[in-house]
Design a protein around this ligand. Structure first.
Ligand SMILES: *[C@@H]1O[C@H](CO)[C@@H](O)[C@H](O)[C@H]1NC(C)=O
Length: 145
């Protein structure tokens, strides 16, 4: 009985570590491209039309996390830096999909993104990292010839 709590804490730590590692994904895009930052969560046991809150954040080195896009109680918020470029699909939430569509990728968009999902089943988070390549457009390269 004395070892019970210690053991479960240990397995909880391992499980958390496992989940963090397994859920990390990365994506590479070129400047100007459209990408989908993937975020999935389990919906087993979640009733249809159940409320789901989704928040996408981007950690910043020089301050608090940037709130990229959020959905809560049917209301959406979008960061000024991503104005008109990010899109969530609330219809996908029922299928456990809270992926964020990001259009016209900018160099400054590079970095890691965290997706936080809150539902009746509890909180869940996933991380995705985005690498942005700044290739010289071919037209500019040929213009110099
Ligand atoms: C969603 O967010 C709203 C507002 O913050 C909160 O009242 C509600 O409890 C949240 N729902 C879930 C399922 O976390």
């Amino acid at each position: 009985m004395g070892t019970g709590p210690a053991l479960s804490l240990h397995s909880l730590a391992l499980w958390t570590l496992y989940r963090v590692i397994m859920s990390q994904s990365s994506i590479t895009a070129q400047c100007g491209e459209d990408v989908t930052l993937s975020c999935t969560f389990p919906t087993l046991g979640l009733a249809a039309n159940q409320q789901v809150n989704v928040t996408w954040k981007k950690p910043r080195a020089d301050g608090p996390d940037l709130l990229v896009h959020s959905y809560s109680l049917g209301m959406e918020k979008q960061s000024e830096a991503y104005r008109g470029r990010t899109q969530l699909d609330p219809e996908g939430f029922a299928k456990g999909d809270a992926s964020l569509r990001l259009r016209d990728v900018h160099i400054q968009d590079e970095g890691s993104y965290s997706c936080f999902v809150n539902s009746e089943l509890g909180p869940r988070s996933e991380e995705t990292s985005l690498t942005v390549l700044s290739m010289t457009p071919p037209t500019m390269g040929f213009a110099g010839l």
